[in-house]
Structure formats: C-alpha cells, structure tokens
Design a protein around this ligand. Structure first.
Ligand SMILES: [Zn+2]
Length: 487
C-alpha cells in the first residue's frame, strides 16, 4: 500500500452531484455553445510563491488539459500577476498608506519578478499539457477600457453594493494612488467621489507626503485604479466579454468559496451584466496542522511564538526552491498530485493538510502511472460528422495530437465518443505514433480515418485545426472497434 492507495475522500455536496470535477462546466458549455475556454488564474505578488500558489497554478493547466480532452474544445490559461498587492505600508496620523508592487518596481521590475518566480512552472506545465498560457498584470487589466467602463457602471450603483463590498462599514476600498509618488490610502479614509457623469468620475484623496489631490477615471484614461479584492473581482467578472465565443472560467483557491457570496450579492444588486458572469472553479485548500490556510506570514508568526507545529512543516512546502530533488521532479510530483485530485471529484472538492500533501508528493508512485480511474471509459467529445461515422462503423481510426493525456491511452482502453448527448463506446485495438500528419496519412488507411475525403483533403483539414507547434508534439492514431455498452 502506498499513500495514493490510502487516500480516502468522503462525499460532499458538490462531489455527490457530479461524476467528474469538471462536470460543473457542462451546463454553461451547453447553454452558450462556447468553442474555447479561457481559465484565468490570478496570483497576488508576494515574493517567492509557496506550494499552495504552485498547486493552484499547476491545477489550472491540468484542468484546462482535462477540459480540452473531455469537451473537445480549445483551452488556454490566462495568468494574471496581481501587481497591485501592497509592497510597503506606513502609518501617518493614525491612517495607513500603501505602495503597490507596480508603483514600487515599475513594469520592468514586475516582468523580472514574474520571470523569476512564476514563468518556470508555467512553461513546464505547457510542455506537460500542451495548454498554452498568456501572462498579464492587474496594471494592464485596470488600464483596459472595458474594465474602466465597467468600474464606472459599478459607481452608479455604489449605494446598492457598498455593503456587499464592505459588509462591516459600507466603505468600498477604491484606491486612487497619488499621481506624484504612487502611495495610496489603504482604507480610502479620505477618498471621496466628487463627480460622476457619462464621461467619467472625479475623486479626491489624500497623500501622506503631498496632501489633498484630485484624480479622474474615464474609460480611456485618467489615474491608476487600485481596487480592493472584492471590488476588483466584481468589476473583472463583469468586464469579461462573450466575444469570439469564449467561455471564461476563474480558477480560485478554495478559500474563495466563502468570499464569493459577497461578489454574487454585488452582481445581483447591480443587475444583469452584458454577459453571464464567468464560472469559477475552486481548487483544494492547503491547510496547516491546525486547519488554518497555509500562509507564510502565519507560519512565520507561529515560529516567532515558538509554536512546535512549525517544525512539522517541510521547508520546501513554503519555499519550493529547497525541494529535495530536481526542478523536473518537483513539477512531476506536483502534476501527479494534481492528477490524483482530478481523478475523482471527492479528491478535488476538499482540502489537504500540509502533512497529507507532503506524503502524496513524496510517495513513490505518481498518479499518472495508476490505472484509469474507476476503470471508467475516457470520454472524448467529437464533431457530429465524425461521430456518425464512428457510430456506423465506417470510421475505425481516430487521430489526435500527442498531448500527455492522450499518450496515456493504451491498447485495450475504452474510449467513449460523445456528441450532443449521444454516446458511442469503443475499445482501442492498436495505437499508431507518428512525427507528422503527413507521415500518418502515408501509413494509415486513409478511408479508415474518413471514408468521405481524400488524403490531401484530410491533411488540409487537420492542419487547419492544429497549427505547426501543436503538430510538433507528435501525432497519435487509435484504431478502435465498437463495443456494446452492456458488455
Ligand atoms: Zn504623494
């Protein structure tokens, strides 16, 4: 028995309602007919990331990979560095002021931070899953006309939403940094909305060094707009536009499940937005020994207080740079745990202590060498014209790009092709591996791939779907035979 075999996860409300963790995406996919999913993962800049941050980021790629393979549509990861996080704070006359990472480091400094602390894992996950990613910043987001226009719309409803955004005092923390030095009032104590009309908003605020100042916000310009977490999420979620039939999904740490009630309250108070607000996927929370969320500041505080539980947390959980192995091993272990979590909704919609995570990550046998979860057939969504050909037995060879998830398919595995509620269960008889589509069509029986098109027509069609950098991953063919569902 190893740790992976010993993992037991009780049922929960959400896990009980689904077969797969990603089934939560299906209602919206059916409703919108989206052709692409963008998974957004935001990370608060705060020095070196710990295991909790790395887990959310790697899970974003694994979720995107699984969604691509399950639903048969393009998926991408959108990584947002939240560079409005406070880098420094000071107190003057009883008021707190803060300087964001953006204002402290500048755009060049933020790029350097991302390159040092985040890019290596993101690139490794792309190599692993074939899912591409894009890097953005909060600073870029707040400068966008859609974000700013949506913010101005929320101001029109400030009275209705202010207690949703700040249930205790009703003062939403909208920070407009000083145009001279970039410092802003942390709690917006002296920040006032002076004017609001069709063209924009005018605020007054106070700087600890430069006194009172005014700053405006318009859709196309004006001052830097630093919104506190809840307000930022309300504006960001509402400013996702449904253009190019993309479904937006926010990937968030599990502690957000408690906070989203307030975001939803604000959405409801503002009223219907231009598009349905994005879906959210909450990833497992990583908890310290007493059940509190893993955080550096908490652990440092307990260490200072001489708390003995500090000693039980492996140093690499807080600082992955001291992981006892190569960087490649670390990514392998992280991926193995992520895939284990995704293999059963009960393993996904739950939390893990640092002790459990340490055991899973250092156990000998990673999840990817495990047999298929539950011995269940793998679902593959496919276009109607190909589905019909498989169902009537005339298409017996299916072609796929060699993503890692597809490379795990073995002869004898069951593949369940699905299309608009119809299913066709097949068994893999043989697997072909090729460097290019051209090589594949030179070897496979073209009529078994598609009896209705020539090799040249099929090559053009498949190359139109998969650009050269995807083809470069390699090409797989599955020779399949139909299986009666009751077999
Ligand atoms: Zn100033």
């Amino acid at each position: 028995m190893n740790a992976v075999d010993l993992l037991r996860s009780p049922n929960t409300v959400l896990a009980n309602a689904v077969d797969d963790a990603l089934d939560v995406l299906r209602p919206r996919l059916l409703e919108t007919g989206a052709e692409r999913i963008e998974f957004t993962v935001g990370t608060q800049l705060n020095g070196r990331p710990h295991i909790g941050t790395h887990l959310v980021q790697s899970l974003s790629f694994l979720v995107a990979e699984r969604a691509r393979d399950e639903f048969g549509i393009e998926t991408v990861v959108d990584f947002v560095a939240l560079d409005n996080a406070p880098a420094e704070t000071i107190t003057r006359d009883g008021r707190k002021y803060q300087l964001s990472y953006h204002h402290q480091r500048g755009a060049h400094g933020i790029r350097a931070l991302v390159a040092e602390h985040y890019s290596p894992l993101l690139k490794a996950m792309t190599r692993r899953t074939g899912v591409e990613f894009r890097v953005g910043t909060y600073t870029g987001q707040q400068a966008g006309p859609e974000f700013r226009a949506e913010f101005l719309r929320t101001l029109e409803h400030l009275d209705e939403i202010r207690f949703w955004l700040a249930p205790a005092r009703g003062i939403a923390h909208i920070r407009l940094p000083c145009p001279v030095c970039g410092w802003a009032e942390k709690h917006a104590d002296h920040t006032r909305l002076l004017e609001l009309d069709g063209s924009g908003a005018l605020f007054e605020a106070r700087c600890h060094a430069h006194g009172r100042y005014e700053t405006d916000v318009t859709p196309l310009g004006g001052g830097y707009l630093d919104l506190a977490t809840l307000c930022r999420n309300v504006v960001k979620e509402r400013s996702c536009r449904p253009e190019d039939s993309t479904l937006h999904v926010m990937v968030k740490g599990g502690d957000w499940a408690f906070g989203c009630q307030l975001v939803d309250g604000a959405h409801a108070a503002i009223g219907t937005s231009a598009a349905p607000v994005p879906l959210r996927i909450f990833t497992p929370q990583i908890l310290g020994s007493d059940g509190g969320k893993l955080s550096k500041s908490l652990l440092n505080a307990t260490a200072d207080a001489g708390d003995p539980s500090r000693g039980s947390t492996a140093e690499w959980l807080l600082n992955p740079a001291v992981w006892p192995g190569t960087q490649a091993d670390y990514v392998e272990a992280l991926t193995g745990v992520g895939e284990l979590m995704l293999s059963d909704p009960r393993h996904f919609y739950r939390s893990y202590t640092t002790t459990a995570l340490e055991t899973l990550m250092t156990s000998r046998r990673p999840a990817r060498n495990q047999p298929q979860a539950h011995g269940r057939p793998r679902s593959i969504q496919i276009y109607k014209q190909y589905f019909d050909l498989i169902a009537d037995g005339s298409k017996t060879v299916e072609v796929r790009v060699a993503y890692d998830s597809m490379k795990r398919v073995k002869a004898g595995d069951l593949l369940n092709f699905t299309c608009r509620g119809e299913e066709c269960l097949t068994r893999v008889k043989r697997i072909g591996r090729y460097r290019t589509f051209k090589e594949m069509f030179g070897t496979e029986d073209v009529k078994a791939v598609n009896p209705n098109a020539t090799a040249a027509e099929q090559l053009r069609a498949v190359q139109a779907i998969f650009p050269p950098h995807k083809e470069a991953l390699g090409v797989l063919t599955f020779e399949i035979e139909r299986v009666d569902a009751d077999e």
